[in-house]
Design a protein around this ligand. Structure first.
Ligand code: 13P
Ligand code: SF4
Length: 391
């Protein structure tokens, strides 16, 4: 039996794209209602052949995923981008920080394209370089900076990754946050710094807390939250000295919507339901869940489950809908009462993809994402520390 219990709201096709044209997407963006869009995308894709490689994050719309050469979570896509030295163009169907990472990990002769420059990430925007530098000053003033290793989630801008590279830190993704934190805690020598090693975790407090507490065995009291909008992060030097994990006050506006209350309600109403959530969810939601992991883990878990399993899945809606459609043998419910697409992931739609591909065919590179050399160097240091983690 197929049970798909998902909010069925339109995907946003047919919305008026006129206002977007003049702002972030100059040129002739085809209207979303163009009945030939799929044929145009196919023709442009074919014309580009091996010169282009299209990466698609799991949160992308189906209409875009249909044209991806490879799909994946942030970690897999970073690896895939690095493994395509022959592609002249890497078309990144995801968000800005992912395209930046792809530019950092690809060669100078390769060009990375983000079909809509407005596809940013509200979480990444919660940590600005100036704020992070001020936070580091506060750590220095508290006399703890020498014992701190900064680790930034992939979902951060290139200059934050570069900051971590410069300060002997690393990048992590939701697939390897545990290994990255273990690596970070092993970097400093207590005999030299005079105190146990600490991690400054940017910018997602939830991934940082969930990993530190549930995977590494720290207590909630070992964690403090640094609020960049308050002087000194809203923390006393003593609190900074006592903490083992300093969490940046950032979060995902999509995953932050899931609540423990709905988890409990679904347990009451769906017999034997398994709650499967992303670690960007709040700590109380993760505590209610049966299984926690990255988007790749979520897909794999559903694929391998026995037919007839009931799931309530807490991650972005495009992915949950796709899983529900691809697995009619499972009972898949979305872990929220209201729709929560990632609005910036959804900016990449077929009109933008067609526009980007047709422009390339015409010899015009549009929406190129290019990171400056110094930022690229240090961000690459932090990214490569992540890519070389064992496992
Ligand atoms: P992963 O791709 O690492 O699972 O992250 C989810 C996400 O929010 C990407 O923006
Ligand atoms: Fe950013 Fe959250 Fe959207 Fe991912 S799902 S791009 S973290 S806002």
């Amino acid at each position: 039996m197929t049970t798909v219990d998902l909010p069925l709201l339109p995907l946003g096709r047919g919305r008026d794209l006129g206002s977007e044209r003049g702002v972030d997407c100059p040129g002739d963006l085809p209207p979303a209602s163009d009945p030939d869009l799929v044929a145009r995308a196919r023709a442009a894709r074919e014309a580009l052949g091996d010169r282009a490689f299209i990466l698609g994050h799991h949160y992308q719309r189906d209409e875009v995923i249909a044209f991806a050469d490879v799909t994946g979570d942030s970690f897999k896509l970073a690896r895939e981008a690095a493994a395509r030295p022959d592609a002249e163009y890497v078309v990144f169907c995801g968000v800005h920080f992912m395209a930046e990472s792809a530019d950092i990990l690809t060669g100078d002769d390769q060009q990375v394209i983000l079909p809509d420059l407005a596809a940013g990430c509200s979480m990444a925007d919660m940590a600005r370089l100036g704020q992070v530098e001020d936070a580091w000053d506060a750590l220095e003033a508290a006399g703890v900076a020498d014992a701190v290793v900064p680790v930034t989630y992939m979902n951060s801008s290139a200059d934050i990754k570069a900051f971590c590279g410069r300060h002997d830190g690393a990048v992590c993704t939701s697939s390897n946050a545990k290994r990255a934190l273990e690596w970070a805690f092993a970097q400093k020598d207590e005999a030299v710094t005079g105190m146990p090693t600490k991690v400054l975790f940017l910018p997602d407090q939830h991934l940082g807390r969930n990993t530190a507490v549930l995977e590494l065995g720290f207590s909630l009291d070992d964690c403090v939250v640094f609020d960049p909008h308050r002087p000194g992060g809203g923390l006393t030097p003593e609190q900074l000295r006592d903490a083992r994990v300093i969490l940046w006050k950032g979060h995902c506006s999509v995953h932050g919507r899931f609540t423990a209350e709905v988890c409990r309600e679904l347990r009451r109403t769906i017999p034997d339901v398994k709650l499967l959530v992303h670690p960007e969810c709040r700590h109380d939601v993760v505590l209610e869940a049966d299984l926690v992991g990255s988007t790749e883990f979520i897909i794999d878990t559903v694929r391998k489950a026995p037919a007839g399993t009931s799931w309530a899945i807490g991650t972005e809606l495009n992915l949950v809908r796709r899983l529900a459609n691809e697995h009619p043998e499972q009972r898949i419910t979305f872990l929220d009462k209201t729709v929560c697409y990632c609005s910036t992931m959804n900016r990449i739609d077929l009109p933008h993809l067609v526009w980007a591909l047709e422009s390339l065919v015409a010899g015009q590179v549009v929406n190129r994402i290019s990171v400056d050399r110094d930022t690229e160097h240090w961000a690459k240091v932090a990214l490569e520390r992540m890519l070389s983690l064992p496992g």
